[in-house]
Design a protein around this ligand. Structure first.
Ligand SMILES: [Zn+2]
Length: 505
């Protein structure tokens, strides 16, 4: 007597189909689960047994063996409970084996027989659909999210008994009936903000627009209260909406992280993540016990990662950012292997000018000495800052400059035009944004006065070779924003001002 069905497990963001096969033998009662189960899967035995008993269904009083294959696939988490229960009920002829085998099952079982939602339902269901599965059964609390995936029928269930009845077990009765709600989401992803709320701050607004147009990472330094956070929060409002591919990936990450609001549909606005410097490395980078969960840097994928008071972040965390900045993904090493998550974000760093925050203007309100000031900024390492093309100073707002400010939509239109120009120019390269372009491409494609100015700056020791590359990248973005085919000397001069953190540069 054999019962079969399908489960879905996640490795990082990739979903894999797992064949769940239950066999009922003739020897003494026992329950064996094979196929490389980790600790959480072994606990599935207790949950499945209790859930079947709580649903007024019969636990077979013989030897039950459940095999999950392929065995080589590491299986973590609790989402295979429902499939295991259904395979056993099919093997015991308590439900119709054909119906059991015709769908994939995704859900954790409570001891009372309720079907609980799982993290990452969206990427799991998307993987099932991509592999030709026609129907997937999920917990009611996961249904809205699963329904975002086109091309697959989603069946929502509240209890194992309810599913068993629909599979031909009329006597199944749930001992509990209330559906399990999804846990509260830790943060609201979409904030209703607009650049028109930022009065004055022309230079900083311009830096934000240049950052958006070229995809440049941005460092804003300035005293507390200058509006750095307010500006950073509005960067997503001037970036283009996510492409279909990015939307699916980003939504999948938030599904897995438990920060998705499925009533909003697929994420279309670039996400904005602002982890606090006191957060754990696992919360920022990803990890945690058991299944490695995506951290803030992955939740910021295709969007903005904002580090306020960046020098206060642990050096180890700042160091970890180099891999995603270089490769667009983060690799989390675990005992049973590595988990990869996408982490391609636009980095915005904010920093006070010094530990007391008052070293600006004449600097006479600052109580720090030169060594303290240098050490404070020194926490942002050279290799990290090398990737930050734009480094600007944001000064406190002067009172009285209350002209009506441009709205995000107006700026976003200029950003989109500039990005389109860059993408056309870079069509035959691997890059689409100026921030991605290599130094050698920049040097061989920039000439005339612009190139001469950069060389002069290098010779006078004003710029390093890397600084020159950053300046050129920004100069190209300035040309794109002004609809010119290549940067002029003026663009280079302005780019130089957009990468000097005033006195502390
Ligand atoms: Zn100070």
């Amino acid at each position: 007597m054999i019962g079969r069905t399908t489960a879905v497990v996640l490795a990082g963001l990739s979903g894999h189909l797992v064949d769940v096969e239950a066999h009922i033998g003739s020897s003494l009662p026992a329950f064996t689960l094979v196929g490389l189960p980790d600790a959480s899967l072994s606990e599935a035995r207790d949950r499945v047994r209790a859930a079947i008993a709580s649903s007024a269904l019969d636990w077979p009083q013989r030897r039950v063996t459940v095999n999950l294959s392929p065995a080589s696939l590491p299986k973590s988490g609790t989402g295979t409970d429902l499939a295991i229960a259904i395979a056993i009920l099919a093997a015991a002829d308590q439900v119709d084996p054909a119906l059991a085998g015709a769908a994939a099952h995704l859900g954790e079982l409570g001891l009372d027989g309720r079907v609980r939602p799982v993290a990452g339902a969206l990427p799991a269901v998307a993987a099932a659909a991509a592999r030709g599965v026609d129907r997937v059964v999920v917990a009611a609390a996961n249904a809205e999210e699963a329904n975002l995936v086109p091309g697959i029928e989603v069946v929502a269930v509240t209890t194992l008994a309810e599913l068993a009845r629909s599979y031909g077990a009329p006597d199944a009765i749930a001992s509990a009936t209330a559906p399990v709600p999804l846990p509260a989401r830790p943060l609201a992803l979409v904030e209703d903000v607009d650049l028109s709320e930022v009065q004055g701050q022309e230079e900083a607004r311009w830096a934000l627009e240049v950052a958006a147009a070229g995809g440049h990472h941005l460092l804003m330094s300035g005293p507390p209260g200058a509006g750095k956070t307010m500006l950073a929060r509005r960067l997503p409002t001037i970036l283009p909406p996510l492409t279909d591919e990015d939307a699916v990936t980003a939504t999948g990450i938030h599904s897995l992280a438990g920060t998705l609001d499925p009533s909003e549909g697929l994420l279309r606005t670039p996400p904005f993540e602002a982890p606090h410097h006191s957060a754990s490395a696992a919360a920022i980078v990803g990890g945690g016990s058991g299944l490695a969960r995506p951290g803030a840097i992955s939740r910021a994928h295709a969007g903005v990662l904002f580090l306020d008071e960046a020098p206060e972040f642990p050096a180890r965390v700042l160091q970890t950012l180099r891999q995603p900045l270089e490769h667009g993904e983060v690799v989390l090493h675990r005992a049973h292997g590595a988990t990869r998550y996408p982490a391609r974000f636009q980095l915005v760093l904010a920093a006070n000018p010094c530990p007391c925050g008052q070293y600006y203007g004449t600097g006479d309100r600052c109580g720090c000495n030169a060594v303290q000031r240098r050490r404070y900024f020194g926490r942002l390492s050279g290799p990290l800052l090398d990737r930050v093309d734009l480094q600007v100073t944001v000064m406190p707002l002067r009172v009285g400059s209350a002209e009506p400010a441009e709205a995000s939509a107006v700026v976003a239109a200029r950003v989109a035009r500039a990005r389109a120009s860059a993408a056309r120019r870079l069509e035959c390269t691997p890059w689409r944004l100026n921030a991605q372009v290599s130094g050698s491409w920049l040097r061989s494609h920039t000439d005339g006065e612009a190139a001469r100015l950069v060389w002069q700056a290098i010779e006078r020791g004003v710029l390093t070779a890397r600084g020159a590359d950053r300046t050129l990248r920004v100069a190209w973005t300035l040309a794109d924003l002004d609809d010119r085919p290549e940067p002029t000397a003026d663009d280079v001069a302005q780019a130089l001002t957009l990468r000097s953190r005033g006195a502390s540069a």
